[in-house]
Structure formats: structure tokens, C-alpha cells
Design a protein around this ligand. Structure first.
Ligand code: CAO
Length: 440
């Protein structure tokens, strides 16, 4: 041992009438400098947890206990090295000369199980004299956390009543506090969009009301949830509903069916919708755009890459079909079939999902008369298509059965005005009613 350095054995002080307690946490490491009264270890009896503070300052040389050890009064805890000044006397054995007091669990009083707060001092409730330095709990009173964990939580501003303890008997550990703080920061981050902060609401235990089942959301659902949420909250959406007479278009599609069958290529309404949409985007370029993040510029795209929402077992994904303006109906149908199959067989590559300039979401194969599609940010508009239906329509004074396709255009009102959206829809409707106009 170097000159001027003394070693001090720190032992478990008087812990009252308890024979043995467990070491549940070691709060220092060899080499750490500790101050007098700084907590060294945490002990736990059947009824209470307590921190054992250091009676003197020094440097931890050796730790003589491990988590899980049973100790009692006088058991060695650790060896501290103390640098002596010239005037220092030979030190007395610490355990005999001082009577260290473990920190009482008094900073936050434990609560009675019923939820009624404890109002009497703990020492009185437990029948322990105040000098005895142990926080006991009456039966029914839950110890929550050791004083050092309470201090740690207080420093970070974490509310212990909101933390679920993972330690024995639900005791809150330092790690639980850390996890809680990390989770809260993450949650705060995700619930703060632009200038808008909102409360996610309390966690509800639904099992109180009846039987439930819980399963984890797929990765796709979790990813799309965050994306959809951001789009929905950060973009001022307006949806314009309209409908198009696609009777002639449908006859044309039927006439192509035979041809497509021989090519083993299924031609649905969607490739026609893609072509008509691109023609409308060319006429209304602000719909094929993105708002710069500064909010001061609109970026108009001269390419026409159309995202198609595909419903898969694991959730919604949006593969992109590129250069729709340069492709014919058969080629688009083939690509659409291929990409939907790949999406459903989990064979989509990240590249398939990038670079879209406008999205179409078609529920026409299923059902419905209208819906509000959520804009696929950073795009500024999305077309939702519902199911076409034979409808009686007045044509030149006569009632006729026509095939009417309902569609819904959601647009970013920061970029597109309502009148512009109505014009876009009217134009699209005209194209769908007579696709020859696409050639104009
Ligand atoms: N009106 C009437 N019938 C329609 C129709 C419409 N608008 N759209 C499709 N159909 C018909 C098709 O023509 C097909 O019938 P035939 O075999 O007789 O031709 C049938 O419905 C099934 O079509 P489909 O849905 O398999 O094919 P599609 O090309 O229309 O759509 C795809 C492909 C990938 C878009 C679609 O399968 C899909 O996944 N849709 C769901 C998208 C979705 O979930 N959107 C919601 C997002 S909003 O949160």
C-alpha cells in the first residue's frame, strides 16, 4: 500500500432486528471515488429495501459482496482506500466508530395497495424507532424502489408511479427508470409533429371489460402506421369525390380480354386508370409534385412514376410503376400483375418502393362507393378508386344503364386549391368517359 493511503473495511451497519438481508444491487465499481453518504449497495429484506451509504469518502478498492448474497450486520461490503493527510490519525475501524444510517425510504412514500396514500411516517407504521434507519413496510404496503433508484428517477424527472418494476416483487430497478425515460423520449418524439404535440392517451387494460387477444403488428404495418400517421397529421387533406361513366371503357376492356388471355395477361381497369391519371397529371402538373421541406418551393416532377397500393397479408405496400406515360395498356397490365404478385409473395425490393410521384389506391375489386385515401407524402395528391356500378343515367333525355366509377381525390391543400382539384377531377372524368382524349 503506498504511503499516506489507508484501507477501510466497510461493513453492513446495524440493520435492526433482521437476521439476514439480500444484496440486490451494487451501486459502485472498483476504482470509483465515493463521497461520504453516497450509496454503495442496496439490500432487501422481506419488507423493505435500503441503500447502505459510505460512512467516509474514498476510492473503492475491492468489492466483497455479489448480488444475491445474504448479509447481516457486520458483513464486509467493500474496501475503501483513503488518502491520508499529515495530521491524520490512524483510523478507527469504521463499523465500530460510526453508525451509518441507511437512507430511509421517505422521499416518496409507498402507497397502500388500495391506492390510499400513506400519511403516517414509515417508522411509526413499521414500529421501528427513527434512529434505526430501516424503512419497513406494513403488510399491504409495497416497497417500490431503493432510495438510490428514487434519487436517480428524481434527477431525471421520472415519475415512479408510472414505472413498472422488473425486480423482485415488482421493485423498480435503475434499468427500469432508464427504459422508461428512453421510451418517454421516443414517444414524445413521435407524438410531436411540426408544431403539434398531442397526448396519446392512457394505456387501457381492455381485459377488464372482457376476453381479449393480443398479437404483434407486422413489420409492414408498423412502418406504414408511422408513415400514414405522419402524412395524416402533417398534411391538410381535402378529398374531392366524383364519378366517371366508364361504360365504353369497360366494353373496350372486355374486347381486350380475349387478347390478354392468350398472352396470359390479366387486364383490369387499373392500367386504364393509370394512363388517364398520367394524362391528367400532365395537364395539371402541380398534382405531380412535392413541397420542398422549407415549405417555400414546389418541386414539379417531369417523370410519371405511379405508386399502386397493394393489399397483402402483412399490410399495405405501395410498389411504384415507372414511366407510365411511356408504356401501353398491355405492358402496364403485365407490370401491375407482376408487381402485385411479388408484393404478396414478399419479393418486393426497396427499389420497387421508391421514387413515386403520385399514388393510386383501388378498392374497386372489393367494394365501396367512396373513401378518403391518405396522401403518400411527400406526394401532394392520391387517387382512390371505388367499385364501378351499373346505374340508371339520363343520356340525351333517356334513361340508360351506364357503368359508373366513383373516385376520390385527396390533395394537400397547402399546394392545391379546391377549384383546381375539382377541375382535375372533371378532366379525369372526361378522359375516363372517352379514353380517346388521352391521345389529344
Ligand atoms: N370497379 C369494378 N370492378 C373492379 C374495379 C372497379 N373499380 N377494379 C377492379 N375491378 C374488378 C377487376 O376488373 C377484377 O375483375 P375481373 O377479373 O373480372 O377483371 C376484380 O375486380 C379484381 O380486381 P383486382 O383487385 O384483383 O385487380 P386490380 O387491378 O383492380 O387491382 C390491386 C390490383 C393490387 C390494386 C388490388 O388487388 C389491391 O390490392 N387493392 C387494394 C388496395 C388497397 O388496399 N387500398 C387501400 C388503401 S387505403 O388505405
Amino acid at each position: 500500500m503506498p504511503d499516506g493511503v489507508a484501507e477501510q473495511e466497510i461493513v453492513v451497519p446495524d440493520i435492526g432486528d433482521i437476521n439476514e438481508v439480500d444484496v440486490i444491487d451494487i451501486l459502485v465499481h472498483p476504482g470509483d471515488s465515493v463521497e461520504a453518504e453516497e450509496s454503495l449497495i442496496t439490500l432487501e429484506s422481506d419488507k423493505a429495501t435500503m441503500d447502505i451509504p459510505s460512512p467516509i469518502p474514498g476510492t473503492v478498492k475491492r468489492i466483497n459482496v455479489s448480488v444475491g448474497d445474504h448479509v447481516k450486520e457486520g458483513s464486509p461490503i467493500l474496501t475503501l482506500e483513503q488518502r491520508l493527510s499529515a495530521e491524520d490519525q490512524a483510523p478507527e475501524p469504521v463499523a465500530e466508530s460510526t453508525e451509518p444510517e441507511p437512507n430511509l425510504v421517505t422521499e416518496e412514500q409507498p402507497k397502500v395497495e388500495s391506492g390510499t396514500p400513506v400519511t403516517e411516517p414509515l417508522s411509526k407504521q413499521s414500529g421501528i424507532s427513527p434512529g434505526r434507519a430501516i424503512a419497513f413496510d406494513k403488510p399491504g404496503i409495497k416497497p417500490h424502489a431503493s432510495p438510490s433508484v428514487r434519487r436517480f428517477a428524481r434527477q431525471l424527472g421520472a415519475d415512479l408511479s408510472k414505472i413498472k418494476g422488473s425486480g423482485r416483487k415488482g421493485r423498480i430497478l435503475q434499468q427500469d427508470v432508464q427504459d422508461f425515460v428512453k421510451y418517454s423520449l421516443k414517444k414524445a418524439d413521435s407524438s410531436f409533429i411540426g408544431n403539434l404535440a398531442f397526448d396519446e392517451g392512457p394505456e387501457i387494460d381492455y381485459s377488464k371489460f372482457g376476453e381479449i387477444d393480443t398479437y404483434e403488428l407486422s413489420k409492414i404495418k408498423k412502418l406504414s402506421a408511422a408513415h400514414l400517421h405522419r402524412s395524416w397529421v402533417s398534411i391538410p387533406h381535402v378529398t374531392q369525390h366524383d364519378e366517371a361513366d366508364i361504360t365504353d371503357l369497360e366494353s373496350f376492356r372486355q374486347s381486350l380480354k380475349q387478347e390478354s388471355k392468350t398472352q396470359n395477361n390479366r387486364v383490369t381497369m387499373l392500367p386504364f386508370l393509370m394512363k388517364a391519371t398520367v394524362a391528367a397529371l400532365k395537364t395539371f402538373p402541380t398534382f405531380n409534385a412535392s413541397l420542398a421541406s422549407s415549405g417555400e418551393h414546389l418541386i414539379l416532377k417531369k417523370y410519371f412514376h405511379i405508386g399502386i397500393a397493394v393489399d397483402t397479408e402483412d399490410g399495405l405496400i405501395v410498389p411504384v410503376i415507372r414511366n407510365v406515360d411511356k408504356k401501353g395498356i398491355m405492358e402496364l397490365a403485365e407490370e401491375l400483375n407482376g408487381v402485385s404478385e411479388r408484393a404478396r409473395n414478399k419479393k418486393i425490393s426497396p427499389n420497387d418502393l421508391q421514387g413515386g410521384s403520385f399514388t393510386i389506391s383501388s378498392l374497386g375489386g372489393i367494394s365501396g362507393t367512396a373513401f378518403t385515401p391518405i396522401i403518400n407524402a411527400p406526394e401532394v395528391a392520391i387517387l382512390g378508386v371505388s367499385r364501378a356500378k351499373k346505374t340508371p343515367v339520363y343520356c340525351q333525355g333517356d334513361l340508360a344503364a351506364r357503368l359508373i366509377l366513383p373516385f376520390s381525390l385527396s390533395y394537400d391543400h397547402r399546394v392545391i386549391d379546391g377549384a383546381e382539384a375539382a377541375r382535375f377531377c372533371a378532366y379525369l372524368k372526361a378522359l375516363l368517359s372517352d379514353l380517346r382524349r388521352v391521345l389529344l
